[in-house]
Design a protein around this ligand. Sequence first.
Ligand SMILES: *Cc1c(COP(=O)(O)O)cnc(C)c1O
Length: 531
Amino acid sequence: MAPSQDRSQGRTGGVGPVGAPAATTFTGNKALQIEEPLIFEMGQPGRCGVDLPDPLQEGPPKVKDRLNGLRRSGEIGLPGLSEPQVVQHYTRLSQKNYAIDMGVYPLGSCTMKHNPRINEKVARLAGIGDLHPLQPVSTVQGALALIDALAHWLKTLTGMPAVAMSPAAGAHGEMCGMMAIAAALEAKGQRAARKIVLAPESAHGTNPATAAALGFTVKPIPANERGRVDLAALKAALGPDVAAIMLTNPNTCGLFESEIIEISKAVHEAGAYFYCDGANFNAIVGRVRPGDLGVDCMHINLHKTFSTPHGGGGPGAGPVVLSEALAPYAPYPWIVRNGDQWTVAEDGAKVDGQPLGRLKAFHGQMGMFTRALAYIMSHGADGLKQAAEDAVLSANYVMASLKDVMTPSFEGPCMHEALFDDGFLKDTGISTLDFAKAMIDEGYHPMTMYFPLVVHGALLIEPTESQAREDLDLFIATLRSLAERAKSGSAAEEFKAAPRYAPRRRLDETLAARKPVLRWRPSNVFKQAAE
Ligand SMILES: *Cc1c(COP(=O)(O)O)cnc(C)c1O
């Protein structure tokens, strides 16, 4: 099977740059971008990277077959590769990821910011990296003190009296917070009566999903023309059947909810709780304490605000701060201090509250806790505040620099992310998707597209505080050039053909989402190979 026949087929597909055929090579590789098959498609059956002694054929006397007749008769089906083939395969795969360590990663709502290497260094210290969660508590006193120190910072920065550390991500934190609300309602005998959770139309998808998963009915609240919650609509929706509002602040339009005090008062007057989605805390940390705004509980994405890795880079962590009213329901485990000894209160332990149960094995994401604490302590309170201010400054710089060629959805200034809609692409025949694909050709990971849903064809840019000024300038100049080209009236074909330089062109994303092929089946490949 010649490589060119196998590899180029369907992979370089799509149209080439206007006026030129799609570039094809003998190998299917594009310069040093190497086409990489699945590991199962490589190598030869039976090949092995190490020499193993032949298995004993005979067992001890009287036992003819040590496997009692269970010996495998067919092929084992493992890939057969030499050591260098394995090393090359995984090294190539590792280089296919786009990452914050490679360039601007403007994905709005996700806060793809630099993860300082000091965090990694500290998390890898043997006394931390080599801990085992089942070690006797007397041997992990330092780790428990570390968790408590981070908890202290989170409570102080948010102005809240308690924090549940164990949730493993933002969405898991939402689950934790809403379960605490459900437990508080249960204790008041109101769980059955209060079935509704209000969620603004701009909410992250996880908010309604969390409420629905817990058996609440989700009722959307519209946004006003300023991109904030419509206070009148919210007040009209509040009543004795409402359990809580789930509100993001700053919201997913990158705007501070300027009527948040009125919102929290109205929610509490109606006997409901105020869940704040704190994924965007990075915009206000050190400047605003959510506790002062009347928030009852809020998850904090350590992997966003406090720079611990996320996405392919590692697990997240979503501690949830809780108000006085919800603190008693915090899930196990509780880290408790007795004099100078730390203990862990696990299920069934006597604590001063009614823990809602347990959300996760062990104590939470220790590596993330360590990284977040390293980030917080290396910045200090003043440094955290400056990080938030610089993130807001960067986003406003992007918005102000592009507002004459792209269409900001709402009047500025914005917080940490700049939201544009596709108004500037009107009548060009070019969509938000085409625009984003053209960015890939220019070497940029696109911004978040088509979210939030409150504006048409959204382009949500979060530059974060960690990009240098000249890198932001090049990013802005690139978007400006694309926007001007898009509006020239003759570029539709060119945009529709993008990305032209990526190893893969336009993929059928709908088909991939609707009918994902999650399993590799050998028969297909063998069949293809035979043809
Ligand atoms: C990222 C995000 C979440 C979910 O956090 P995960 O850690 O990805 O589960 C929820 N809400 C908002 C606004 C977010 O940006």
